[in-house]
Write a protein that binds this ligand. Structure first.
Ligand code: DGL
Length: 263
């Protein structure tokens, strides 16, 4: 059980930004990753559809004997984590949400921007997060349709991605945000481009490292931390394994086996 793998899932390759943080903090853990690329983007899909996909992933990781389940996707978390915790009360499940609390603590001028998917920003869970942690700051939210598709294609720098991103950053810059939350796990892959576009004065905050720490806490509480050595990471995709093999080196520079996910 201690040496059992950890299951990590996202609508696509975005969750690899979280996988990286998990691997950095917990190098002895064996990792399984499912990219639901056949259904990406989740951002514009209904909560019912996403909940069903979360159920499919949970069943798959249970069959693989995973000792913990990480929803490396903000959009899937707001739609599905409550049902999963109800259905699997004894299984350590880690979800993620935009880093409103740390951003509210970090902002110097009290203006915070949030880049996330439409599904995340429209959710009751996000509204509750703002009510709880953002009462003393101004929060400017910006959905980013189209961005995930470009990142899925492995495009992190082209003029097309820069132009789309500029349109999403403009309202945040006009409002004077000094802190921007990357509220979708795909967006940390755009950090080098964002730095070029924004300079160094605007803080960028994402939650990958915090998710890894939460996973570590849950495993430690249950005495489930692996002694290692870890087995190579295994990847599944519900779209083309060939495409995933091609872009994996860009997003995960370690070895790993990629298979087709047919569920
Ligand atoms: N990576 C996902 C998130 O964190 C969702 C992207 C999408 O499929 O729209 O929200």
């Amino acid at each position: 059980m201690v040496e059992a793998p950890i299951g990590v899932f996202d609508s696509g390759v975005g969750g690899l930004s979280v996988l990286e943080e998990i691997h950095r903090l917990l190098p002895n853990e064996s990792l399984l990753y499912v990219a639901d690329c056949g259904h990406v983007p989740y951002g514009e899909k209904s909560p019912e559809f996403i909940r069903e996909r979360c159920r499919v992933m949970a069943q798959f990781f249970q069959q693989q004997g995973a000792k913990a389940f990480v929803l490396a996707c903000n959009t899937a978390t707001v739609a599905g984590v409550a049902d999963l915790r109800r259905d699997y009360p004894d299984w350590p499940i880690v979800g993620m949400e935009p880093a409103v609390k740390p951003a509210a603590a970090a902002t110097r001028n009290g203006v915070v921007g949030v880049l996330a998917t439409t599904g995340t920003l429209k959710s009751a869970k996000f509204a509750a997060l703002l009510d709880r942690f953002a009462t003393d700051v101004q929060v400017v939210t910006q959905p980013c349709p189209g961005l995930v598709e470009l990142i899925e294609a492995g495009d992190l720098h082209s003029p097309a991605v820069r132009q789309l991103l500029q349109g999403y950053l403009d309202p945040l810059l006009a409002a004077g945000c000094d802190t921007i939350i990357l509220g979708c796990t795909h967006y940390p892959f755009l950090k080098p481009l964002l730095r070029q576009m924004l300079g160094d004065d605007i803080s960028l905050i994402d939650t990958g490292a915090a998710v890894a720490r939460q996973l570590q806490r849950l495993l430690a509480e249950r005495q489930l931390l692996a002694a290692g050595p870890a087995r190579p990471a295994q990847f599944w995709t519900s779209a083309s394994p060939e495409h995933m093999r091609n872009i994996l080196p860009l997003l995960w520079n370690k070895s790993g086996i990629v298979r087709s996910f047919g569920l």
